[in-house]
Design a protein around this ligand. Structure first.
Ligand code: ASP
Length: 329
């Protein structure tokens, strides 16, 4: 039995400033992270698999309105919610993911069923929902994901985007060549935080797993899919190297194949988990304005939680030890 079993989680990264957070909001985040870590720790303590621990942790994070996944997901430009999730088993390299679902209460559970009960890795939209329904998963109305806080964020994002929406394609193209104008690739609201959730774990049997779930980014175009459900970008696990779950500006994490790059650097450059993760988050992503962070664990139980933003909701828990949670740098 591996005595280094550990679970690490994140609840998103971004402009999370001490000065803009009330003491009670801060306490709520710590309490939520602690509760999720304790649940994951219990699964591992009972000899459960890393896959079970990350599924349970992400399911709980999805059900918590504080985070942008499941209930509490951000709004699309159409005022709806579209959810993405992925999960990967480091023991077998089996993976499952779903994207653009609107009515599956817990997207991570759908991803898990894709992993376990289908011949495929990724289902999208209606097909993903048909698969989840056939598996007997719980469905909810899209309004179940509504929260007042995300609604307000959406209103702010819409206001900031209005000038861009008024441009036609030609004007956008010329704005993109003017350094003083926002380009279409810039975040709608540079101050927004990325609230995706994720978990990585090493179990007592020495196996790794990772899971990630998100509502995406506020005011995203309908049909937009980010890094979260893409194996290798937002989620990756391989017993030979590490398990990784990311959060941040999804387009950049996709272009960097960020989660896999951590594993690849460990395999090909033979560097430590910490060094590989640091390089991806602090050196490589910033080169293309990639903002965010990740949580990662290796087979020895090393944990790293780097981010290049002001804060990231995060924590880890080792067996028999109190969970450690943090928000700011
Ligand atoms: N990476 C997510 C996405 O682009 C957003 C986030 O991490 O909050 O969909």
């Amino acid at each position: 039995m591996n005595s280094n079993a550990v679970i690490a989680i994140h609840g998103g990264a971004g402009t999370i400033l001490r000065t803009s957070m009330s003491a009670s909001a801060e306490a709520d985040y710590h309490a939520a992270l602690n509760a999720v870590l304790s649940a994951g720790q219990r699964v591992l303590a009972e000899g459960g698999s890393a896959l079970d621990a990350v599924s349970e942790a992400v399911r709980l994070l999805e059900d918590c309105a504080l985070f942008n996944a499941g209930h509490g997901a951000v709004y699309t430009a159409a005022g709806t919610h579209e959810l993405d999730a992925a999960i990967m088993d480091g023991r077998t390299l089996d993976a499952g993911a779903i994207c653009c679902v609107k009515r599956v209460r817990n997207p991570v559970l759908a991803a898990r069923l894709v992993l376990e009960r289908s011949d495929h890795v990724l289902f999208a939209g209606e097909g993903a929902e048909a698969f989840a329904a056939a598996q007997g998963l719980e469905f909810v109305d899209n309004s179940y994901f509504d929260t007042d806080a995300r609604y307000r964020q959406w209103q702010v994002a819409r206001e900031q985007q209005r000038p861009m929406l008024d441009h036609d394609a030609a004007t956008l193209a010329s704005a993109a060549s003017n350094v003083n104008e926002p380009t279409p690739h810039e975040p709608i609201d540079p101050n927004r935080k990325f609230g995706t959730v994720g978990a990585v774990a090493l179990d007592r049997h020495g196996h790794l797993a990772a899971a990630t779930s998100t509502g995406g980014v506020t005011n995203k175009q309908v049909g937009r899919v980010g890094d979260t459900p893409l194996i290798g970008a937002g989620c990756y696990a391989d017993d030979a190297t590490c398990a990784v779950s990311t959060t941040g500006s999804g387009e950049m994490f996709m272009r960097m194949v960020a989660a896999y790059d951590v594993a690849a650097q460990m395999a090909y450059r033979q560097v430590s988990l910490e060094e590989a993760a640091h390089d991806v988050v602090m050196n490589r992503l910033p080169k293309i304005d990639g903002r965010g962070g990740l949580v990662a664990v290796d087979v020895h139980g090393n944990v790293t939680l780097p981010f290049n933003t002001e804060g990231m909701y995060r924590g880890f828990a080792r067996l028999g030890e109190a969970p450690v949670t943090a928000i700011y740098r």
